[in-house]
Design a protein around this ligand. Structure first.
Ligand SMILES: CC(C)(COP(=O)(O)OP(=O)(O)OC[C@H]1O[C@@H](n2cnc3c(N)ncnc32)[C@H](O)[C@@H]1OP(=O)(O)O)[C@@H](O)C(=O)NCCC(=O)NCCS
Length: 191
């Protein structure tokens, strides 16, 4: 395989990003692609990166502004969502490279933490750990505790703890956690 490049999304990439998100998220593809549009329209996007391979966009990741509802005040934090790799190009390191680049950018931007919902196996090996173990509270009980993940960055201070509050587009498009029957199935699998 040729080498891929991670770079900021350009205006000209918009349609390609939508196609990649739709293809990666299968039956949820349209909803997740609409979430990306809504986050952009609401100006909640901090960063959007693409993976380019042989002139084509094959991966995408986005960091969005949300908050920790700390005792002292609301703290601006970032949420990594969505992360998408075009199915024919999965399992070649593109997802890992996008996550690494997003975390580097969040650190450079001075954000205290990056949150996400996802597989602890996948993200645990890529800089994230269980949010509840760091004193953070998930924004919905429909997010399995193990799936509520955080990467705490150097700007984080010990008082910056509390519940993660998602910005509105995640709620408006019903993109928080899982709903039954998928939630019940996963809970059975997790035991
Ligand atoms: C998850 C995703 C971004 C990974 O991208 P990728 O480029 O295939 O990932 P990488 O090549 O860097 O890493 C591949 C490894 O991740 C593992 N992996 C991929 N998806 C996984 C998942 N959902 N859960 C756990 N592990 C996963 C693979 O088994 C592989 O493991 P291996 O290296 O031991 O074989 C991609 O599979 C995807 O777009 N999936 C659909 C959308 C999605 O679920 N996004 C994440 C939502 S939180």
């Amino acid at each position: 395989m040729s080498a891929f490049e991670i770079r900021p999304e350009l205006t000209v990439d918009r349609a390609s990003v939508r196609r990649v998100v739709e293809s990666a998220f299968l039956d949820k593809g349209t909803t997740v692609a609409d979430l990306v549009d809504a986050l952009n329209a609401a100006r909640r996007t901090e960063l959007s990166l693409v993976a380019e391979l042989d002139g084509a966009v094959v991966g995408h990741v986005q960091l969005n502004h949300s908050w920790i509802d700390a005792r002292e005040r609301l703290v601006d934090v970032l949420v990594l969502s969505p992360l998408s790799v075009d199915p024919p190009h999965q399992r070649s390191g593109i997802g890992t490279a996008l996550v690494t680049a997003a975390l580097d950018a969040a650190e450079t931007a001075g954000s205290p933490a990056v949150f996400l919902e996802g597989s602890p196996d996948y993200y645990g090996a890529r800089g994230f750990s269980r949010g509840s173990e760091r004193g953070f509270v998930r924004p919905s009980v429909r997010i399995p505790d193990a799936a509520f993940q955080v990467a705490v960055l150097s700007a984080h201070e010990s008082w910056m703890t509390g519940a993660l509050v998602y910005c509105d587009p995640f709620w408006a498009l019903d993109c928080v956690g899982l709903r039954d029957p998928r939630l019940a199935e996963l809970e059975v699998r997790l035991g």
